[in-house]
Design a protein. Structure first.
Lengths: 114, 115
């Protein structure tokens, strides 16, 4: 069965620290990859997406992610986090043997200390 | 404001009652998806609908849960005879089509609490 794994459920960082959130998926075929963010009490918003081309994708708010096909990974990074980045982050995969479905990881809760 | 509108934001029901959750997709979107989010868990796919058609309901519990997306009006997720385990946040998302590179746009969710 298709699945998406996010390595850390909770991450605590100080402001200005670097961030990397892991995401691995088990899928066959061509996939489309997404990272969503959910700020407290809000809906999910798209941070960035990859569907083809340069495997290093730039998103909003200084986030980026790198698709490494050989590792089935799509890790999210940010060089210097801010307190306002405190949120829950979801990796999602669409396509491949999953067809039209978007499969979400369990999420990673990031808390940034001011 | 999210383009996808869900209501109510919060819904409280007693065990055995019915819960009806509504979702109006973004303008121009004809594809609707429902997800359930339990604490400490990710979003679990429930059902995918297009206007008047259920395309995939493989994530829906076999009993008590149903969904529709009529020609006119919002999509409805209906839970009959609710139980405590139905307490969760239910999110609706929409997209204009199923192209792989089209992300889904999410509503604010309905938080269902069962007393």
């Amino acid at each position: 069965a298709q699945s998406v794994s996010q390595h850390n459920h909770h991450v605590i960082l100080s402001e200005a620290a670097s961030l990397e959130l892991g995401c691995n998926y088990s899928y066959g075929g061509t996939v489309n990859l997404f990272w969503y963010v959910q700020y407290p009490g809000q809906h999910l918003q798209l941070l960035l997406k990859y569907f083809s081309g340069d495997p290093l994708v730039k998103g909003i708010k200084g986030f980026e992610a790198e698709f490494i096909k050989s590792k089935f990974s799509f890790n999210l990074r940010k060089p210097s986090v801010q307190w306002s980045d405190t949120a829950e982050y979801f990796c999602a995969v669409k396509g491949g043997t999953g067809g039209f479905k978007t499969i979400f990881g369990a999420g990673t809760r990031l808390f940034v200390k001011a | 404001n999210a383009g996808v509108m869900q209501n109510p934001r919060h819904l409280v029901r007693r065990r055995g009652q019915e819960a009806r959750l509504r979702c109006s997709p973004m303008k121009g979107h004809s594809h609707v998806y429902w997800y359930r989010q339990l604490p400490e868990e990710g979003l679990k796919f429930m059902v995918y609908l297009q206007k008047e058609n259920i395309i995939d309901e493989s994530g829906m519990p076999k009993e008590r849960f149903s969904a529709e997306f009529p020609k006119e009006g919002p999509s409805i997720l209906r839970i009959q005879q609710v139980v405590r385990g139905d307490s969760a946040a239910y999110f609706c998302a929409s997209s204009p089509n199923t192209d792989g590179n089209q992300p889904q746009h999410f509503g604010d969710g309905t938080r269902l609490s069962i007393l």
